[in-house]
Design a protein around this ligand. Structure first.
Ligand SMILES: [Zn+2]
Length: 461
């Protein structure tokens, strides 16, 4: 009997690697996580410097030398931490990134204090538990573990915990480091937030890897007119010109297309899809317009994956109830595929709007980044570790609609992959919202995943 059980356990052990880290490693990661969550690092009201200092203190206590730890930033409140774990130098360094600022959270909006780390019913609650302090804590805990275990990577492992990813602004840590201390974070490629594990009904479905992201352009449509008294209207009216333009825009869609990342994304999804759309997903590579049209029709998310989108988001106009408008204006928010240029989008809008009274201009700066190549070494490593921890769960490359610090790194020549291995259900998607949380088990499994992944990527075969 005993023997039979032992054999069963052994066989199970071969099929599936242990997903939970040793207890001591769990305790370490959790205590760093708690410390980070309880530091108020809201991007408008808080400071990231105490997070950088807390991480540095942990690293020094673990034996990292001051020469390998950097703390600095554009203003005293907004410091970044960069630490270097030295390898044998056979390959160019790898950069592990996480941001330490969080979206603001008000006590009255939450069920619990957002800046108190609370474990309840199988979840960790607190602002930043998902975005992005889990990964920040895991990077530090794992680095300390490598050190204790005497791990000798074939390249330097750089961890950067940076300021102000949320909301942009002048103190973005990655932009600041690239501009002022590029040598500290220069790397062959970077692992970052932006990809997580998808769980449906508690079942792990896919481990998502963010490989590229759409970029944002805001256009201002503006119509100016000499105006006049509303009692004597003329056909040439600023509001009508704008309304016509918006109406034409509302009926226009950019062409459907795929790229290497989105093709692979839909082909991987075809393997796990249960609905009839499965056969279309598998045929996405054919580029057939009918196939793409049917896929786009399934959801706004899939539609946005297959085309550049532009939508009206703000309106202004008129100055008095009894005056002809002298100004009518709208903001058009475009989410652009990496391969579509800003000029192409603007020329297309010009043609669609087709009214020379409507002046079109770009608002703010445009950060167009290339997609990261689907590096076989990175994708193979992610696949291998994913499959050993969660057999049968595919690693799925994605292009996301939002923006991360990858938008700074990719144009700077550092391909960036969003991968975390933290599995979440739809009800756990509370980034930026109230009662943000992380399943306890998912946090620790992600710790194991990232520990093994970085080891695989920094070990010579
Ligand atoms: Zn984030």
């Amino acid at each position: 009997m005993f023997k039979a059980i032992a054999v069963t356990l052994f066989v199970a052990g071969c099929l599936r690697a242990e997903t939970m880290p040793p207890t001591a490693e769990q305790d370490l990661a959790k205590s760093i996580y708690k410390e980070f969550i309880e530091i108020r690092s809201g991007y408008t009201s808080g400071a990231t410097t105490p997070v950088a200092e807390a991480a540095a203190a942990r690293l020094r206590a673990a034996g990292f030398s001051d020469a390998d730890i950097f703390i600095g930033g554009p203003i005293p409140k907004k410091a970044n931490l960069v630490v270097r774990y030295r390898g044998t130098g056979k390959a160019k360094p790898i950069l592990l990134l996480a941001h330490t600022d969080v979206v603001e959270a008000k006590r009255e909006d939450w069920s619990t204090d957002p800046f108190q780390f609370i474990e309840k019913d199988g979840y960790f609650y607190g602002r930043g538990t998902g975005d992005d302090k889990a990964q920040a804590a895991v990077w530090i805990a794992n680095l300390i573990r490598y050190k204790r275990e005497g791990f000798a990577p074939n390249r330097d492992i750089i961890v950067a915990l940076t300021a102000d990813e949320e909301g942009g602004g002048p103190y973005n840590g990655v932009a600041w480091l690239l501009g002022n201390h590029r040598e500290l974070i220069d790397a062959e490629y970077c692992l970052n937030e932006g990809g997580w594990g998808e769980m449906h009904g508690g079942k792990r479905v896919s481990n998502d890897v963010q490989v590229s992201e759409k970029y944002v352009i805001n256009f201002r449509l503006e119509v100016r007119n000499k105006g006049g008294h509303s009692s004597m209207p003329v056909p040439d009216n600023a509001i009508y010109h704008l309304a016509g333009a918006l109406d034409r825009l509302s009926r226009f869609t950019f062409p459907l297309k795929t790229n290497e990342v989105t093709r692979t994304y839909f082909e991987e999804l075809a393997k796990i899809e249960q609905r009839p759309i499965k056969s279309d997903l598998a045929k996405v590579g054919s580029g057939s317009p009918e196939v793409l049209q049917r896929i786009a029709a399934v959801s706004p998310g899939w539609n946005a994956t297959l085309r550049t989108t532009c939508v009206a988001t703000e309106l202004e106009g008129g100055h008095a109830k009894n005056a002809l408008p002298q100004l009518a204006a709208a903001n058009i928010n475009c989410r652009v595929l990496p391969e579509d240029s800003p000029e192409y989008v603007q020329q297309t809008l010009d043609k669609v709007i087709a009214d020379d009274q409507v002046h079109i201009s770009v608002e703010g700066e445009v950060k167009q980044g290339p997609a990261s190549p689907l590096r076989p070494d990175v994708m193979k490593g992610i696949n291998r570790v994913t499959d050993s921890l969660w057999p049968g769960v595919p690693a799925v490359p994605m292009m996301v609609m939002g923006a991360t610090d990858g938008a700074y790194l990719r144009p700077a020549g550092i391909p960036t992959y969003g991968v975390q291995g933290f599995f979440m259900g739809e009800e756990d998607m509370r980034f930026h919202g109230r009662d943000e949380r992380m399943p306890v088990r998912s946090f620790f499994e992600g710790q194991t995943f990232l520990y093994q992944l970085v080891k695989v990527l920094t070990s010579s075969e």
